[in-house]
Design a protein around this ligand. Structure first.
Ligand code: PHE
Length: 418
């Protein structure tokens, strides 16, 4: 039945799918968070995505994401907190203000959700950097839901939660003394702990200091960023009895709005897990916020990634469950191990269809948004398993395998009996 509805949905929407516009949202204005917004030819938000906007899981008491948020907030106890900013931002704020190049792939309609050409769903919490720095905040954390078009599997969901953290110092001798003192304090804490850190140089040719920065200042600030995050990671992952030390590695990275830039991975459950991006804030970001004479760092971490590991939550869809058997397992301030309550078997269906004549095959992300609208969170993953071009007509077809698995149902029970 679901499959039938899916193929109907595809057939009905097909003509509009080149720029991905479902007929449902294209024609009329959209009401989002009580405000009406015009739609246009780039509109690609779907009903499934719009339904997530009011949920704000990071602010729901006893939800694992809010428990994790609160633990991080208590680690940074003298930082200001922001957690209720609207996800609707201009592309200017999400990208241009942060120096993203005009041709950055993140801007495309296949990667991001647009309400119309002038309004989108933020793709990261960094979208608020200029705004918050502009409020003269030197130490702050900001938690929010962020939206990225993606494929469907157990660790990817088009809505997830990030926490942005930032700290600025006076770019003066006194400011740098403050950094040095903080670095000495943090080094003291880390020395006594069971943690092994694979580090890289704070600054290198490939990961350069910004031209307007004093290199000695940038070194100290990058060191402070690393020490501060290492101590947070120790707080999150380092508790409990460990026979072997916690392993953390720093990796050179690139972000348009920081330099030098870093990513951090933690070795957990036998593999390296990327948990955050960070770096020294681009001076042009601070200039746009009218902040003068300061230098500082910022990071952005993915809450689901970390919560899945800490609470042993095996599937990212579970965060959206309203089932009491999920929600009742968590208590503010406590990291507990999730006990699965459903062992429903997976069931896959293959769906194949002709792509519109004379055009490229449907983008995987477009197909996945149709699946989400029709089948919601029943779908565990979706994979393109075959594509075919007819030798005579040149028409192409795609075949996707849709793997269904209920997170809530139990084998041998009807819905009423559960
Ligand atoms: N916004 C970046 C992301 O979503 C992470 C980041 C935040 C990187 C702050 C650097 C500084 O990947």
């Amino acid at each position: 039945m679901l499959q039938l509805r899916l193929s109907c949905a595809l057939r009905n929407c097909r003509p509009a799918y080149r720029s991905f516009n479902t007929t449902a949202v294209r024609l009329k204005p959209l009401v989002i968070l009580d405000e009406q917004h015009a739609t246009d030819k780039v509109t690609n938000v779907t009903p499934a995505i719009l339904s997530k906007i009011p949920m704000r899981l990071h602010n729901q008491t006893d939800h694992p994401l809010s428990i994790l948020k609160t633990i991080i907030q208590s680690h940074y106890d003298d930082f200001s907190h922001f957690s209720s900013l609207s996800p609707l931002v201009t592309p200017f704020k999400n990208f241009d203000e942060l120096s993203f190049p005009k041709d950055h792939p993140g801007r495309s309609v296949t990667d991001s959700y647009y309400i119309n050409k002038d309004l989108m769903l933020r793709t990261h919490t960094s979208a608020h950097e200029v705004q918050v720095f502009g409020e003269k905040q030197d130490k702050w954390l900001l938690t929010a839901d962020v939206y990225r078009r993606d494929e469907i599997d157990r660790s990817h969901y088009p809505v997830f939660h990030q926490m942005e953290g930032a700290r600025l110092f006076d770019a003066t001798a006194a400011g740098m003394k403050e950094v040095e003192e903080d670095n000495a304090r943090l080094e003291g804490i880390l020395k006594q702990s069971n943690i092994v850190i694979e580090d890289i140089p704070h600054i290198s040719e490939a990961n350069p200091v910004q031209p307007t920065h004093n290199p000695a200042h940038a070194e100290l600030v990058a060191k402070n960023l690393k020490l501060s995050l290492n101590s947070l990671i120790l707080r999150l992952f380092g508790s409990g009895e460990r026979s072997s030390p916690l392993r953390v590695r720093w990796i050179e990275a690139y972000f348009p709005f920081t330099s030098p830039s870093f990513e951090v991975e933690v070795f957990y459950g036998g593999r390296w897990l990327e948990i955050l991006g960070s770096g020294v804030v681009l001076q042009s970001t601070l200039d746009k916020a009218n902040v003068q004479g300061k230098i500082g760092w910022a990071f952005g971490l993915g809450l689901e990634r970390i919560a899945m590991v800490l609470f042993s939550i095996p599937d990212i869809r579970l965060f959206w469950s309203q089932d009491e058997r999920f929600l009742s397992q968590f208590k503010s301030g406590e990291i507990t191990t999730f006990k699965p309550y459903s062992k429903f078997p997976a069931c896959f269906k293959d769906l194949s269809f002709w792509n519109p004549e004379g055009s490229a095959p449907l983008h995987d992300n477009d197909f996945c948004d149709v699946v989400r609208d029709v089948a919601g969170d029943l779908v565990e993953d979706v994979k393109l398993i075959d594509s075919f071009v007819h030798p005579k007509t040149n028409r192409s077809s795609s075949c996707y395998r849709i793997n269904y698995r209920s997170m809530d149902r139990q084998v041998g029970f009807t819905r009423e009996q559960e």
